[in-house]
Design a binder for this molecule. Structure first.
Ligand code: 13P
Length: 257
């Protein structure tokens, strides 16, 4: 299986989100084999987009969640609230949250625990900065981010949890690592997860790539068996780009079936 997750970031209002959700679903219509799709609109659009994706098989993700259960946390949205409005997934530890809003690995861990407690499937983002890459610290950074994010986490393994490798320097820049470099990091992520969860089945985790994915490069990523799917930002709100990405996933799935 391949999964395409669209992170719409802070780009669309409610009406635009509903329209994009409809057109995104149409891309899957009539396909004999299709990727699993998850769309992540802004928090205010979740309940309306839920009506569009209901019974479609498409997941509905939030872009962030509070690490707290409830209380005096102005502006925050709890996991229970997200679940109530129909979210099935939640992005945790996105690099924009880490770098613009000061989220820490410990905070990511607390959010993971809350998400799982309230039946939201986490999409945990990890990835190095340009400086960390230049210093040769990619593996060290990923090990620390994953080790902390999953600390004391007890997944049920009945749902696939997502880990997205999103190098910070590749987000919204048009730059990406080479396919070979991504495969290497994904293999390493799987090794770490294997050590953290030795009894987990193969299907327990899916490792996605994110960062400047578009209609042109999607196929080269998706054809790799180590790349279980893509976390797409900018191209997921441009329907013609998303169409090319979905078509690339279909082509890969047909070739591999
Ligand atoms: P871009 O696809 O716009 O580079 O963003 C990637 C991303 O941040 C997805 O979460």
């Amino acid at each position: 299986m391949k999964t395409i997750i669209g992170n719409w970031k802070m780009n669309l209002g409610v009406r635009e989100s509903v329209a994009l959700a409809r057109s995104s679903l149409l891309l899957l219509r009539g396909k004999k084999v299709a990727p699993h799709m998850v769309i992540c609109p802004s928090t205010i659009a979740l309940s309306e987009v839920r009506k569009v994706v209901a019974r479609s098989g498409c997941g509905l993700g939030a872009q962030n969640v509070s690490s707290e259960e409830q209380g005096a946390f102005t502006g925050e949205t709890s996991a229970r609230m997200l679940f109530e409005v129909g979210a099935t997934h939640v992005i945790i530890g996105h690099s924009e949250r880490r770098h613009l809003f000061g989220e820490t690995d410990e905070g990511v861990n607390a959010k993971m625990l809350k998400a799982l407690e309230h039946n939201l499937t986490p999409i945990v983002c990890v990835g190095e900065t340009k400086e960390e890459r230049t210093a040769g610290h990619v593996k060290k950074v990923i090990l620390h981010q994953l080790g902390t994010a999953f600390k004391t986490v007890r997944p049920k393994f009945s749902e696939t949890l997502f880990v997205a490798y999103e190098p910070v320097w590749a987000i919204g820049t048009g730059e990406t690592p080479s396919v070979q470099e991504i495969v290497e990091v994904h293999t390493y992520i799987r090794e770490i997860l294997g050590e953290l969860f030795p009894t987990a089945p193969e299907t327990a985790f899916a490792v996605l790539y994110g960062g400047s994915v578009n209609g042109e490069n999607a196929y080269s990523f998706l054809r790799e068996k180590e790349i279980d799917g893509l976390l797409v930002g900018g191209a997921s709100v441009k329907i013609h780009q998303l169409k090319e990405i979905v078509d690339a996933a279909c082509e890969v799935l047909i070739a591999q079936s």
